[in-house]
Design a protein around this ligand. Sequence first.
Ligand code: SF4
Length: 294
Amino acid sequence: METPPIRYATRDKDGNLESPFPVDPAELTRSTRESVCQVKDGVHYRKYTRFYAVGVYGGIATAYSVGCNFRCVFCWVDWSRDWPERYGEFYSPSDVYTKLRDIMKVQGLRRARVSGAEPTLCPDHLCAILDLAHQDASDFDLFVIETNGVVIATESGLAERLAQFASRDSSDGTVGHVRLSIRGALPEAFEEKTGCSAEFMDLPFVAAERLWDAGASFHVAVVVDPRFTSEAEKAETYSRLSAIDPSIRKRVEEEFLDPYPHALVRLRAVGREDVTGTEPSSKERSAASSMPAD
Ligand code: SF4
């Protein structure tokens, strides 16, 4: 029998996660790749929904990729995260690079990033973009790679490949920098936040260790919003990061979450009315009504 696609987490009236949750992020990696990564004539294509500039990082050109291997309940990404087969178009690395350069030129920017859902799902595609950027490295002062760390932790060699473009040693002339998100450090809370089984909780920490050992330039973003992370979990996260190296803990970016429309729909589906409120806002209703029918 065919396995049903994994969309977003829901809980029944007794508060229990409904099948197929909690999920295995390695399985999500595999199934999402089928929808968002493609190789044609030796060129690695990946799906994106849009390209634009935003004010974060002091102004940055952004390529918004499709598909993720986590199912965070507070995720702000649109339905392309849950229905990757229905959203986005395939772009080659040079298509993506050209779009980012055009935005940088028009907006007068020196920064770019691959963002959206999980940019490392198609590693060869991502590294090809980074390679193109490093052929013009003097035009950049930063190229950000955002990730939840699952692929870095589960596939050997990716941390080292990324470090070639994002080195901690400034004399290497690289412009890349990895922003690694760590969602949880206590099993039950990790499962509640990410929709993934608690047994996979260590993966983002393994990624941090691998990036550190590979000499990569990176920092860790930790959700410290008290609605999702207790003081005990925050302390555990910081202790684990310090054990890898105290400087990683010192450079943590603390995240507080905005209730974006798609996040509100996902949070309501797991019974988080303490965050959503009892009545959906018009933005939440609009996000809910744009959800694809399975
Ligand atoms: S890792 Fe990021 S993109 Fe993926 S589900 Fe979590 S919040 Fe969304």
